[in-house]
Design a binder for this molecule. Structure first.
Ligand code: GLC
Length: 743
């Protein structure tokens, strides 16, 4: 073939590839996402300033969840300075704001409305740590489903949830928002919450976009102090802290929120390794990334940039699409682009992802589709939603002690109801309670009354302070009763954001009140309402029974009454270890052996001289009004090849006189690894109802996934060798069988 022909053919091939490339990529960007053609069409019409406006999120003055607040958000909308607002809800308010965006701006781009709907919008469910104690994924999904339904009925498109930050440190107030100390349980709960919020898919009028937060590692703040530095090995980070974010992303979460903390010396909000290398390139995340509240600006205080303009450049180049409340993008990004410090491609990619979300929500077809006042009236705080809240709430309650079966109460007992939370409503919806109104709550006293239980009542003391003047009245009614129910705990604002504590005791004189009441010789049932694991050494000896009730939300009184009267047999299990003292923190179940594992017969082993190593109550612990017995676990093969699945099964018998649900837990130990491995890790659980006197066979299938970890060379996978498979009703009482995996 002549040279000219070869050149012509080459030219044709190259041109065709170019055209094809344009045609294929006209809707795609660097990470291969395909966008609605309307996104490109709109993007092509936008000025740089309008694009940056879409990358900006402001709060309204309907609430503040951070250190700063801006005036004039309506003018920001008119000028195209923001593409989304948060802390704005109800159909009336969102319709008003949406009208401004759609009618008074050049391109009529609708707004997205976000809000922290963490455990309910108006019908408030247990705090997420409480829900995690249910170990009931269907119940947890239902809770998020109701929250998504009510939020979307109130004009909202987006919730800043689920929070999936694993944490071993109850000094950190935000443990109340998460799923506790365990990675595997955290992954399953993250998936359930994303499914619940997003329902049948973004665009449905009863669904909201989920937002996985706080990416990443926020629960590992040094010393349990909020916003503090996070530093750990990449192995530990990937094995222990990252998986729940990945699980939520793989469950289809529409958005991700960056965390305040730094990781490995780089603030998450400017961390390209987290936001692009892992989130986009490893996990294939296609949605958009929003920062936490002013966390772009805060990178100046972190000391990694000199000013807020550089902070904006670091954030957008790392992969942050939307700036929450710092206005760094709005003020400086256009200049940064003109200076060549930020490529236009980065701006276009961010805006594409944000516009795509708006198209997915259907807002370009009908900006007011979520502003249906009839649906709002019919949906919010409906009887069906309250019933769902009552069900999830009672499933979240953990029975920690029940001496001489003092619970359940019987109806003809004279009950003395005592304590600062016995007749209280204001604290019951906990922190991060969105549009919840404590007046909608059922107090414990009301719940008992509506169940026909007459009680005498005395407050006894306040939640804090040292005034004991109420003790006498409390003791007086206690002496006249058959049984005492005392409701105590923390103030709701003592947990949540910016609420770290150095002590974990019950505030005030509440524990002394319990001791005084126990002094009457009457059985004392303690109901704890709190947002984190607490330490209560005196109370444990004084109380005959202890119920961990967290903050149960709108239906608190009814849910607690159902359990106190035995209408519902408590089935909750602790999602976090309860320490004996704050000096033990962090205390957790999946510790490593060390070279000197604890030996009671040798001082030269890992231990304290003033406390046992074990927690007061271990991860996975919770009693029932019945009892369960576990046979020895059995396997379908004791030796198996890498890649083969393994079946392990156990027979569980309800040996009591009441039907009851049991959370059968599977833990695995890899006895020898290329790196040190935990003495046990949760790798499965099944919550099953077993009728009184009957048995159930519970079966788990184990694949290579459950045996995999980040090995010495940082590759992820399993290693041949011996494993102990352990099954039981909590992490400290397990029966074990050994198996061997060969190459
Ligand atoms: C807060 C929280 C975050 C929340 C956001 C918006 O500072 O850290 O969880 O979603 O601001 O309210």
């Amino acid at each position: 073939m002549k040279k000219t022909h070869i050149l012509l053919v080459l030219f044709a091939v190259v041109s065709m590839a170019g055209i094809m490339g344009f045609v294929l990529n006209k809707d795609a960007t660097a990470n291969g996402t395909t966008f609605d053609p309307r996104v490109e069409k709109l993007l092509a019409q936008m000025t740089l300033e309008e694009k940056i406006g879409q990358m900006t999120l402001y709060t309204t003055d309907w609430g503040s969840t951070g250190p700063t607040i801006r005036e004039g958000y309506k003018n920001d909308i008119r000028k195209g300075n923001c593409g989304a607002l948060f802390n704005s809800h109800t159909t009336a308010f969102t319709r008003e704001l949406q009208r401004i965006a759609v009618e008074e701006t050049r391109l009529h781009i609708p707004l997205i409305f976000g809000y922290d709907v963490i455990h309910g919008y108006k019908t408030i469910f247990p705090i997420p740590l409480g829900e995690a104690a249910s170990w009931d994924l269907a119940a947890i999904e239902k809770s998020a489903r109701v929250a998504g339904t009510e939020a979307s009925a109130a004009g909202l498109h987006w919730t800043f949830a689920p929070m999936v930050d694993v944490s071993r440190d109850p000094r950190w107030g935000r443990v109340m928002e998460g799923a506790g100390e365990d990675t595997w349980l955290g992954c399953r709960i993250a998936e359930a919450r994303v499914r619940g919020f997003q329902g049948k898919g973004i665009g449905q009028t009863d669904a909201v976009m989920a937002c996985v937060k706080h990416y990443a590692g926020y629960g590992a703040g040094t010393a349990g102090r909020d916003y503090n530095t996070v530093d750990m090995s990449e192995r530990f980070f990937r094995d222990y802290y990252l998986p729940p974010y990945e699980a939520a992303v793989k469950a289809g979460a529409a958005t991700v929120m960056t965390s305040f903390n730094d990781y490995d010396g780089v603030p998450a909000t400017g961390n390209k390794y987290l936001l692009t290398d892992i989130l986009r390139n490893e996990w294939g995340f296609k949605g958009f990334v929003v920062t936490d509240y002013t966390s772009i600006n805060e990178m100046v205080l972190h000391g990694v940039v000199a000013n807020e303009k550089e902070a904006g450049e670091l954030a957008v180049n790392a992969g942050v699409d939307m700036d929450m409340q710092s206005a760094a993008y709005q003020r400086f990004l256009a200049q940064s682009v003109k200076e060549g410090k930020v490529p236009m491609q980065a701006i276009d990619d961010a805006v594409r992802r944000i516009l795509q979300a708006k198209f997915d929500l259907g807002l370009f077809d009908d900006p007011y589709k979520f502003c249906d006042t009839d649906r709002e009236k019919k949906t919010i705080l409906s009887a069906e939603h309250r019933a769902a809240a009552r069900d999830v709430s009672r499933k979240s309650i953990v029975l920690l002690k029940n001496e001489r079966n003092v619970l359940p109460l019987n109806r003809n007992q004279k009950v003395a109801l005592i304590g600062p939370l016995a007749d209280n409503k204001t604290e019951l919806i906990g922190n991060w309670c969105a549009a919840g109104n404590f007046n909608d709550c059922v107090s414990l006293r009301e719940g008992l009354r509506s169940a026909g239980i007459q009680t005498t009542y005395a407050k006894g003391c306040e939640l804090d302070g040292h005034d004991k003047s109420g003790f006498a009245e409390a003791v007086k009614i206690a002496k006249a009763a058959d049984v005492i129910v005392v409701a105590i705990g923390e103030k709701a604002q003592m947990s949540g954001e910016a609420a770290s504590r150095t002590e974990l005791n019950l505030p005030g004189v509440q524990e002394e009140l319990v001791q005084e009441l126990a002094g009457t010789g009457k059985p004392v049932v303690v109901v704890l309402m709190n947002g984190r694991p607490l330490v209560f050494p005196q109370l444990i000896g004084s109380a005959s029974a202890i119920l961990e009730a967290w903050w149960l939300g709108t239906e608190t009184g009814n849910a607690l009454t159902d359990v106190l009267l035995g209408e519902y047999n408590p089935s909750g299990k602790l999602p976090m270890s309860f320490p004996r003292s704050v000096g033990q923190v962090p205390v957790f179940y999946n510790e490593k052996s060390t070279g000197r594992p604890y030996d009671p017969n040798s001082k030269w082993t890992t231990q304290y001289i003033d406390s046992p190593n074990s927690p007061q109550y271990p991860f996975g612990f919770g009693l029932s009004y019945t009892t369960f017995e576990y046979d020895e676990p059995k396997v379908n093969r004791t030796t198996f090849k890498k890649g083969q699945t393994l079946q392990v099964l156990v027979n569980v018998k309800n040996t009591g006189s009441r039907d009851g649900e049991e959370v059968v837990q599977l833990y695995i130990r890899d006895l020898i690894g290329s790196v040190t491995r935990p003495v046990k890790e949760l790798k499965g659980f099944q919550k099953v109802m077993i009728p009184a006197g009957q048995s159930k066979e519970i079966r788990f299938t184990i694949t290579d996934q459950e045996l995999s970890f980040y090995r010495r060379d940082m590759s992820f996978g399993s290693e041949p060798g011996d494993f102990d498979l352990m099954i039981g009703g909590n992490s400290a009482e397990l029966k074990s069988v050994r198996v061997t995996m060969t190459e």
